[in-house]
Design a protein around this ligand. Structure first.
Ligand SMILES: C[S@@+](CC[C@H](N)C(=O)[O-])C[C@H]1O[C@@H](n2cnc3c(N)ncnc32)[C@H](O)[C@@H]1O
Length: 206
């Protein structure tokens, strides 16, 4: 099924959605008001992940922002929800989009809430790294410590997948260690099949 942007946004108050950046005095994040761009990206991502065919599955989108990907999944017949940090603009956008969202700040070394579980697919695009208290520039943190934060976080996500579940990641951070396949294999190969292509990584529970 090919979904159009009009189908994706049907029933959403687009005037209000486009105003959110100004109403909430958002900086760079006002880019998400461009529903054609971000809605189109979400439709393409859903297709890329094969969600336009096959049975209904349970989906979580980490760092969902306005919820375009979650909405696309729901319209394709899946049971989908998002997760993002507290942000009044995102909260209003997700409400306008009728997208259920877990409002939660992902912090280094802390597991996600227990109710965030039982997914067939976890999608994560453009999420940088779990936050560290008191640290504004992650460049100030040793690479080994950031990698161990990352391993903790990804392991926690794998724990929340059903049998044969998939974790699909598009990396944003561009840190050398995140692109090191040997590191990924050492950390996760005992639990998951790993497919890797430049900044895209797919882990499928064995
Ligand atoms: C670059 S945006 C990507 C948004 C969307 N996934 C996309 O691909 O267009 C990164 C998202 O991750 C969220 N995020 C970043 N750090 C987070 C944290 N520590 N906890 C929860 N969400 C976080 C941001 O609020 C933002 O929505």
């Amino acid at each position: 099924m090919r979904m159009t942007i009009e189908q994706l946004m049907d029933g959403v108050d687009l005037k209000r959605l486009q105003l959110l950046g100004r109403l909430h005095d958002a900086g760079d994040e006002r880019k998400f008001c461009d529903y054609r761009q971000h809605g189109g990206d979400a439709i393409n991502r859903a297709k890329h992940l094969g969600l336009d065919q096959g049975p209904s599955v349970q989906v979580l989108d980490i760092g969902c922002a306005f919820g375009y990907f979650v909405r696309a999944c729901k319209l394709l017949g899946h049971d989908a929800e998002g997760l993002d940090r507290p942000n009044p603009m995102y909260a209003e956008a997700c409400s306008l989009m009728s997208v259920p969202v877990h409002v939660y700040y992902i912090a280094a070394g802390e597991p996600l809430p227990s109710e965030v579980s039982n997914y067939d697919l976890i999608n994560m695009e453009g999420f940088g790294l779990p936050g560290r208290e008191g640290v504004t520039h992650l460049d100030d943190v040793p690479a080994e410590a950031l990698w161990s934060d990352w391993v903790f976080f990804v392991t926690d996500l794998l724990d929340r997948l059903n049998s044969k579940g998939r974790l699909a990641i598009t990396l944003n951070a561009g840190r050398a260690w995140q692109n090191n396949l040997a590191e990924w294999r050492a950390a996760f190969a005992s639990r998951a099949e790993i497919d890797y292509s430049i900044n895209r990584i797919y882990l499928t529970i064995r």
